[in-house]
Design a protein around this ligand. Structure first.
Ligand SMILES: NC(=O)c1ccc[n+]([C@@H]2O[C@H](COP(=O)([O-])OP(=O)(O)OC[C@H]3O[C@@H](n4cnc5c(N)ncnc54)[C@H](O)[C@@H]3O)[C@@H](O)[C@H]2O)c1
Ligand SMILES: [Zn+2]
Length: 380
């Protein structure tokens, strides 16, 4: 059996934000979650205006941390408990959306974020959620996952609970119009990783294949213009769709070794999620080639390219094109500039190998020796 779970309503494209009032589902009061960077960019103003036009009162919880630890997320859960709101409107990237999703299921007696880390099944949806992504992106608006750093483990950990699938989503290119290039680039590569990992995952299904492939088509055509041209609103809308589709693919399937090995880079060295994935994308794809050549060739065909004939040629073209995207967008591809010493290699390997939830999805088995080689390549 294959299952495909998705948010209840998704509004996308030009003026999609006009639906915000309706999507609040009759709520009198909203808790609006965001962060200082988004507020400073001006991206928060439009959703707030739409709430005001709809006559919905709101409380702002607006200093949410980026890439939260479980304890930072708990602080927001506590603050949210003091707000009498019937809907959470999350205006942000994965960090804001993940915290909002945790708040929506952590209102019961004794249900803390740390308790959810132990047993995600404890979560019960107690408040409606509307997600407005401002990066394109994590796809967190589509998934039942929330990712938090666990400091004592020096790892990021995914909490997976179906009750966290959002009730409604708004994908409006206006929200990413002023996204700084660096963030647009690394979050776009994160979406690419979600799509290609889900497509090549051991857990892939016909549903995840459909969404992952559509995401890949949109990303290959739109990532660069969406990042490099501030006026390319069509490409920005396409990237928001792609990130959402890739999020649906994650829900149906699962990411693999790129995400598994990137968790310690976020957890220990605080490297942004998209950057960590961008570093690992090519080493892992090359490692996976012997088992994924046919998958890569199918993506080549779906992109409509001509010229390459054999499966091997098609797969090689695809890997080259992915590498070119990472280079053109000027995303860091090694750990040197993050000051990670070579002596940390054994610790990295140990932490990475703990993420068996995702390593187990990789078509080619990743041994500790393989992980060592991949990380060693990043340390130069
Ligand atoms: N739940 C999931 O399914 C899922 C999937 C992948 C990643 N994640 C998690 O999401 C988090 C990363 O999210 P992210 O990559 O979207 O970045 P983010 O939410 O951490 O935001 C990064 C920075 O970008 C700024 N920013 C965001 N939108 C902006 C805008 N429109 N204009 C100007 N600045 C803006 C923020 O202020 C912040 O400083 C990580 O914690 C990661 O582990 C979750
Ligand atoms: Zn990701």
């Amino acid at each position: 059996m294959f299952t495909c779970k998705m948010p209840g309503t998704v509004c996308a494209g030009e003026n999609a934000l006009n639906a915000l009032g309706t999507l609040c589902g009759g709520a009198r009061k909203a808790a609006v979650f965001s962060d200082r960077g988004i507020q400073a960019s001006g991206a928060l103003a439009l959703p707030l205006k739409k709430l005001e036009e709809a006559g919905i009162d709101y409380t702002l919880l607006c200093d949410l941390p980026a890439e939260p630890t479980c304890d930072q997320a708990q602080t927001v859960v506590d603050a949210f408990r003091a707000v009498d709101a019937q809907v959470i409107v999350a205006v942000g990237g994965g960090s804001v959306m993940d915290i909002a999703k945790l708040c929506s299921i952590a209102s019961g007696e004794g249900v803390t974020v740390r308790a959810l880390l132990e047993d995600p099944g404890k979560g019960r949806k107690a408040v409606r959620t509307v997600m407005i992504p401002t990066t394109a992106g994590t796809g967190a608006e589509a998934t039942p996952n929330a990712i938090v750093a666990v400091p004592e483990k020096e790892l990021k950990v995914g909490i997976v609970c179906q009750e966290m699938i959002p009730d409604a989503v708004i994908l409006d290119g206006e929200m990413i119009r002023r996204l700084p290039l660096k963030i647009a680039a690394s979050t776009g590569i994160d979406a690419l990783c979600h799509a290609i990992e889900c497509y090549t995952s051991k857990k892939a299904t016909p549903f995840s294949d459909l969404y992952a492939m559509e995401a890949l088509k949109l990303i290959f055509a739109n990532l660069e213009p969406a990042c490099l041209d501030s006026e390319a609103l069509e490409s920005k809308n396409a990237m928001l769709m792609a990130a959402y589709y890739a999020g649906v693919a994650i829900t149906c399937s699962g990411t693999t070794a790129v995400h598994a090995l990137s968790y310690p880079l976020g957890g220990k060295y605080h490297i942004p999620h998209g950057v960590a994935n961008a570093m690992l994308l090519m080493p892992v794809m090359r490692f996976n080639l012997p088992c994924c050549q046919a998958h890569f060739a199918r993506v080549y065909d779906a992109l409509g390219h001509k010229g390459a004939e054999s499966e091997a040629e098609k797969a090689a073209w695809l890997l080259e094109r992915m590498e070119q995207m990472v280079k053109r967008l000027d995303i860091p591809t090694d750990l040197k500039q993050y000051g990670v010493p070579k002596e940390d290699l054994p610790g990295l390997v140990k932490a990475g190998m703990e993420v068996q939830r995702l390593l187990g999805n990789n078509l080619r088995t990743v041994t500790a020796e393989d992980a060592r080689e991949i990380y060693a390549g990043l340390l130069g």
